[in-house]
Write a protein that binds this ligand. Structure first.
Ligand SMILES: *[C@@H]1O[C@H](CO)[C@@H](O)[C@H](O)[C@H]1NC(C)=O
Length: 373
């Protein structure tokens, strides 16, 4: 970790891998997300821009139905304010200070756990191992749920549900703001699926009004195309540059376009190496609001971009130029969002098994006997 004297929210982050069972770190919640276990929760905290520590409600949490909730937390000092005994929870720390794996290997499978929702396709497989292989081999699959042969609804026995959560950065707010400059780290990994280069045609002043699948904030048409390429159900997209909105579309039968200024449309690039030069382009008068890891003071936007490239945690940045009020001037805000597989809901359900693909598990993927306790 590089530590500079001129920075905010950048207190030293120690590498502390300790997990405290039946200990609660009370209060100071930033947000919660669902996790099947404490290790996944710890990775979520590591990937969250401002999370310093967390408390996870395990499956044996009995007070209410809040089990599988992963509470992401911080304090002004970065230190835990209190440690209280509490049955059914495990607390721990962000691994930001530990040279974290940003695409962690999550080899465990979870019997009687449903990763509810977020389905993009399904198939039938003989067992959950085969379902996990199906997920591993589909570049869009981020997690899965397999229905066993003793499941109560007969017609969905052996069904393998493949699921998606965003695997590339989606800044929560992108908006016009005079006097700031924003852009991406050049180290962002896109799920490139071929070594053959391609340009990827864009259609300026063309919009596709129907068949909306999902809308995300996005910086430019190329960012929108990356989001479409990563989403397995996206058949084409339409980017609105006035609103900074990326509309992913789903219709495998037809495509209806209209002329509309301010819109750019295009297709996903799934069969070629998509040009990544757009990552170098800084956008003037656009703000990525929130998602701050920390800020530093730099001379110009180019140095800010370099700072972001140099920090493995940073995915995107916003630099405040001289025209702004003095207290923010020359601040370089380094930012990120969670891009690891993150189920939107995790529930208890008998006779199903859920898990993650083994794509990031270089060594483990070759060993067939990876299962959970
Ligand atoms: C799970 O399987 C058991 C028997 O193996 C059965 O009694 C139970 O109803 C099943 N539950 C669900 C939700 O499928």
């Amino acid at each position: 970790m590089v530590l500079l004297s001129l920075c905010g929210l950048c207190l030293t982050q120690d590498c502390n891998k300790q997990l405290l069972e039946d200990v609660d770190f009370p209060g100071m919640d930033i947000t919660f997300q669902y996790s099947p276990d404490v290790y996944h929760c710890q990775q979520l905290c590591t990937q969250h821009p401002s999370c310093r520590f967390f408390t996870f409600l395990r499956s044996d949490w009995t007070r209410d139905e809040s089990y599988f909730k992963c509470y992401l937390k911080t304090t002004d000092s970065g230190e835990v304010a209190a440690e209280n005994p509490l049955n059914g929870v495990t607390s721990g720390f962000s691994l930001k200070g530990c040279t974290p794996e940003l695409q962690p290997c999550l080899p465990k499978v979870y019997p009687n756990v449903d990763f509810f929702g977020a389905d993009y396709t399904a198939l039938f497989t003989a067992d959950h191992e085969e379902c996990q292989r199906a997920c591993t081999q589909d570049p869009g699959c981020q997690f899965f749920t397999f229905v066993h042969e003793d499941f109560v609804t007969e017609s969905i026995r052996f069904k393998c549900h493949l699921k998606y959560s965003p695997s590339i950065p989606v800044p929560p707010i992108v908006e016009k703001e005079p006097g700031v400059v924003s852009g991406f780290s050049q180290n962002i990994q896109f799920p490139q699926q071929s070594t053959e280069a391609c340009e990827g045609k864009l259609f300026p002043a063309i919009s596709i009004p129907h068949n909306n699948l999902k809308t995300y904030p996005a910086l430019c048409p190329e960012h929108c195309r990356a989001l479409c390429s990563a989403h397995p159900s996206c058949t084409y997209f339409s980017y609105d540059s006035n609103e900074f909105k990326c509309h992913l579309k789903n219709n495998r039968e037809k495509m209806e376009t209209i002329s509309e200024e301010g819109f750019t449309s295009g297709f996903p690039a799934r069969f070629c190496w998509l040009d990544e030069n757009w990552l170098k382009v800084a956008h003037k008068d656009v703000d990525f609001q929130g998602s701050d890891i920390r800020f530093e003071v730099t001379d110009d936007a180019v140095s800010c971009q370099r700072k972001c490239n140099e920090d493995p945690i940073c995915q995107f940045y916003t630099y405040v130029t001289e025209t702004h009020p003095p207290e923010y001037r020359r601040h370089c805000y380094l930012k990120r969002t969670i891009t690891m597989p993150a189920p939107s809901n995790v529930k208890k359900l008998n006779n199903v098994t859920s898990g993650f693909p083994l794509r990031s598990c270089v060594n483990i993927a070759t060993h067939p006997k990876v299962s959970s306790i």
